[in-house]
Design a protein around this ligand. Structure first.
Ligand code: AHR
Length: 507
């Protein structure tokens, strides 16, 4: 039997809520239909935002939403998306399906959505095809409270008060779709652009995020930090607050990027290959983190994993440029495992944004006209929300076994443990096995006899179990009862292919 030792006397880093963040791009049906249907839609909405989606996201405790891309961000000109809607420019979304973008969802609509969700804002500015002036004026438009051309324009467009930008990305994937830059060149551009991100009085600070690496491009991380890291103490804060990292799990890709594998139709071998590829996140976070430590041992710069998740082939018959994919128990287990990895690295990982929120890639929800369903990944985020703002506790899983074989072998169980401000301990676990349940002896270093389970839930199912518009609750959060209290803690049994959340407090 595996043993989970929880050292509740060793409190580690605080788990930043933004680790549970999301990403929304003008891509396929993410913004249009997924989030925004317009004020005149028959779909129930408040100021154009779908009520069913907003309510579900609030219930899931969405902490931050990145917008407007992605690759779209480096072609987005924010002034096209303000003012009377009938006058807004129509453009071609060249990256995603070549469809017409009518700019009816722009800055005002984004901040209205943020208001309704009650979450933090994360705007990604255009470096690839934009200008310093354009970015700086966007910041002025959104956040300045005095008399200025941009603040006046915002007021003329109907919003007297400024909004708050919590995070600002200085470009996206500038090693690729954001300008195909070399790290040395981008780093100099970063220095220049970030200079003009002004923190206006009463509305500061804006946390600036520098474009980091694609997957294992450690050279990018090092080169960018060599040029951008400001060693003079007072200046560092606000010069660079975060460095991003993008990593997608492509279940079956070998050489051809166009063959990633089906979202629902895969073998057991591919299931384990997918999880093993997802587990690569542990190595990426560790190795990029080690380079960051060389420059920033005090860990003031956050690693922002602002794009991650499973990327499969699109659903048959759908627009290949829309990246619409189904979501199964495989997605749930990968999400649970990855979030446990982020929690355990929460001294460095300060934000992570799964791609993407709705109808695109590994989504938490899917829509079909007025219908909306929650995916298995949704329930993982909802269960794990208890970790937001809690303190990571030292935990150690021993005598556990592995699953998969050969190059696809990985640990069977992934866990993380935190304690919230009320002393409630949250333990989240994944059982990555398709073959067997796992018994775990959970022990506390102190007061094990005093802890009782106050809440417990889980998701489980066959590896490709998923929700559809006809059968929306094949996978859903259910009450978890497979535990027994004992003198040192408790014994739990994780069903195969499951994600479990236990909450415990002293009784
Ligand atoms: O999430 C889809 C795309 O993946 C994003 O636009 C881009 O940043 C990444 O390559």
């Amino acid at each position: 039997m595996a043993k989970l030792i929880i050292n509740n006397e060793v409190k580690k880093s605080t788990i930043n809520p933004e680790i549970y963040g999301h990403f929304s791009e003008h891509l396929g049906r993410c913004i249009y239909e997924g989030l925004y249907v317009g004020e005149d839609s028959d779909i129930p909405n408040v100021n154009g935002m779908r009520t069913d989606v907003v309510e579900a996201l609030k219930e899931m405790k969405i902490p931050v939403l990145r917008w407007p891309g992605g690759c779209f961000a480096d072609e987005y000109h924010w002034m096209d998306g303000i003012g009377p809607k009938e006058k807004r420019k129509k453009m071609i979304n060249t990256h995603w399906g070549g469809v017409v973008e009518d700019n009816s969802f722009g800055t005002h609509e984004y901040f209205e959505l943020i208001r309704q969700l009650g979450c933090k804002s994360y705007i990604n500015a255009n470096v690839g095809s934009g200008s310093v002036r354009e970015m700086s004026e966007w910041v002025e438009y959104v956040t300045f409270n005095g008399v200025s051309p941009m603040a006046d324009l915002r007021k003329k467009n109907g919003h007297e008060e400024p909004w708050k930008i919590d995070y600002l990305g200085v470009g996206n994937e500038n090693w690729g779709c954001g300008g195909n830059m070399r790290p040395e060149y981008y780093a100099d551009e970063y220095r220049r652009y970030q200079t003009y991100v002004r923190n206006y009085e009463g509305n500061a600070p804006i946390q600036k995020i520098c474009c980091g690496s694609n997957t294992d491009d450690y050279k990018w991380t090092r080169k960018v930090l060599e040029t951008c890291f400001d060693h003079s103490e007072p200046h560092q804060h606000g010069f660079m607050d975060g460095l991003s990292l993008h990593y997608y799990t492509l279940p079956e890709m070998v050489d051809d990027w166009n063959v990633k594998g089906s979202a629902t139709n895969f073998t057991e071998e591919i299931f384990y290959q997918t999880l093993k590829r997802g587990y690569y996140m542990e190595e990426l976070v560790t190795k990029h983190g080690n380079i960051m430590d060389e420059f920033d041992p005090g860990k003031r710069i956050g690693m922002m994993v602002d794009e991650w998740g499973i990327w499969t082939d699109v659903e048959p018959g759908t627009n290949p440029g829309f990246l619409y994919q189904q979501n199964t128990m495989r997605d749930a287990v990968l999400a649970g495992m990855t979030l446990n990895i982020f929690n355990k690295h929460s001294d460095r990982v300060k934000m992570a944004n799964i791609a993407q929120l709705i109808n695109v890639l590994q989504s938490v929800m899917l829509t079909d006209g007025e219908k909306m369903i929650k995916t298995p990944t949704y329930y993982v985020f909802k269960m794990y929300a208890a970790h937001q703002d809690a303190v990571l506790l030292d935990s150690n899983l021993t005598e556990g076994s592995t699953v998969g074989s050969g190059k696809n072998e990985l640990p069977k169980v992934f866990e993380s443990v935190s304690e919230d401000k009320d002393g409630v301990i949250t333990v989240t676990l994944t059982n990555n096995s398709l073959e067997s349940a796992e018994d775990i002896d959970v022990r506390f270093v102190s007061d094990g006899d005093k802890y009782g389970v106050c809440d417990a839930s889980f998701v489980t199912g066959k590896m490709n179990a998923h929700n559809t518009f006809d059968a929306p609750e094949v996978v859903k959060e259910e009450k978890f009862t497979a535990f027994e209290k004992n003198a040192e803690g408790l014994k739990i049994t994780l069903p195969k292919c499951s994600v479990v959340c236990l909450r415990m407090k002293k009784g």
